[in-house]
Design a protein around this ligand. Structure first.
Ligand SMILES: O=C(O)C1=C[C@@H](OP(=O)(O)O)[C@@H](O)[C@H](O)C1
Ligand SMILES: C=C(OP(=O)(O)O)C(=O)O
Length: 420
């Protein structure tokens, strides 16, 4: 796949449904006491992994991704190991669900997922009484869970992770007593919002969430567009000299808008308006060609833009002055080591960038000559360099472009549309 520069970028568009919320809708609605209906689920590699695993353990879905009916699951021990594919969210959140589900459950994933840390979810679940064994001294997939009786306890998390928090909350739904999660910095709260709308016995006090066993009401849910998917188009609009983009019906949960706030601080012409909240804030974002000034990124915003941070390297290369990102060491634990894959690929394109232990530093006002990059099988890296290709002098060839199927299968079609 080769991406060439274009003269003009214009669009009024929608992006695919939110991936994080889609995973949760498939999982939580299966735990409800009645029939749920969910509209606008994401159909992508990662959500198909959740759907597949949930079916294997007794979940009942009918309809399609535009309108799915979900009946209460008839929980069962699957006859085979459960394939979580490339999806960290699937492996971690479903581990929490299975910790309290009777039976032996074995989870595995692809090469990338098999390298990603699982101790962060195994340890707290074990503290609640789950019997879990995993490869490499209980740190990596595959892992086996003997689901059974759990007891609530308090977990003081070392890293802000919505996946770990969600796994603990789902285990807490099945545990005796109260389960509490304390996060160092608040991570995305889609699980809490959905559980709350389903009548869970839950208390939230800033970074502290407590939950008790209880029944869940069915949901009726409309999933908004994914702001992480929208970000590629927004950064393109801001950095391109002749561009304007409107994204409609996109999720604007405060815990996901760190990139929008950071770009605005850098001087971007970007505005967002929440039009409805039910229970997720949703609205429109408008962005156009802007002049950016580099800055030292606020580390407190990192969890609210964790999947978007590589895009800030591109913004930094085009801004005036230096951009420094620190406190983002979690990027090394994603589908690829996103610090290394961002830095190495920019260097291949003639861009000067310094790799830091927990981020990167990049000088502004740089030309992106062009060349070939390797996505390292990572969807967000493929999409980042597709945007860079449009802003480059000679175009960029994307190795491993098909990885976009993980979160945004029609990405290249949509890119072609906005560049017409
Ligand atoms: O809960 C979620 O849906 C996600 C949480 C984040 O991961 P962590 O929980 O590891 O921070 C994010 O990077 C991932 O894309 C999706
Ligand atoms: C990190 C991501 O997802 P997951 O952790 O679910 O694999 C992502 O989509 O960027």
């Amino acid at each position: 796949m080769k991406i060439l520069p274009v003269k003009k970028v214009r669009a009024e568009m929608e992006v695919p449904p939110d991936k994080s919320i889609s995973h949760r809708a498939l999982i939580l609605s299966s735990m409800a006491e009645g029939r749920s209906i969910v509209h606008n689920l994401l159909e992508s590699g990662d959500t198909l992994s959740t759907l597949r695993v949930m079916k294997e353990i007794g979940a009942r879905f009918s309809g399609d991704f535009e309108r799915m009916e979900i009946m209460p699951a008839l929980w069962k021990e699957a006859a085979r190991p459960l394939d979580c594919g490339n999806s960290g969210t699937t492996a971690r959140i479903i581990s929490g669900l299975l910790a309290g589900t009777p039976g032996l459950h074995i989870l595995f994933g692809d090469e990338s997922l098999s390298r990603r840390p699982m101790k962060r979810v195994i340890e707290p679940l074990k503290r609640m009484g789950a019997l879990i064994f995993a490869r490499n001294n209980d740190t990596l997939l595959p892992l086996s869970i003997k689901g059974g009786d759990l007891h609530g306890c308090t977990h003081d998390l070392q890293v802000a992770s919505a996946q770990v928090k969600s796994a603990i909350l789902l285990a807490g739904m099945k545990a005796e007593g109260i389960t509490t999660v304390i996060e160092p910095v608040p991570s995305r709260d889609h699980t809490e919002r959905m559980l709350d709308s389903m009548g869970a016995k839950m208390k939230i006090n800033g970074r502290i969430v407590s939950i008790e066993r209880g029944e869940l009401n069915p949901v009726f849910f409309q999933i908004p567009g994914d702001v992480s998917s929208a970000s590629f188009f927004l950064v393109l609009a801001i950095l391109h000299p002749d561009a304007s983009i409107i994204v409609r019906n996109v999720g604007l949960n405060e815990r996901r808008t760190g990139l929008l706030k950071t770009l605005k601080k850098m001087g971007a012409e970007i505005e967002w308006t929440v039009e409805k909240t039910s229970p997720e804030p949703c609205g429109k974002i408008v962005a156009k060609s802007s002049r950016l000034t580099g800055l030292e990124i606020d580390t407190g915003l990192v969890p609210s833009m964790i999947d978007e941070i590589p895009l800030l390297a591109l913004a930094g290369a085009k801004a005036c002055g230096t951009t420094v990102i620190r406190g983002a060491g979690e990027l090394r634990k994603k589908e690829s080591d996103r610090i290394t894959s961002t830095v190495e690929n920019f260097r291949k394109l003639g861009v000067v960038i310094e790799e830091l232990e927990d981020g990167f530093s990049i000088e502004g006002s740089q030309k992106i000559v062009g060349g070939r990059i390797d996505s390292a099988g990572d969807h967000r890296i493929a999409m980042l360099f597709a945007v860079a290709g449009i802003l480059s002098e000679e175009g960029i060839e994307i190795g491993g472009a098909d990885s976009v199927r993980i979160s945004y299968p029609q990405f290249f079609k949509d890119i072609a549309e906005v560049c017409r």
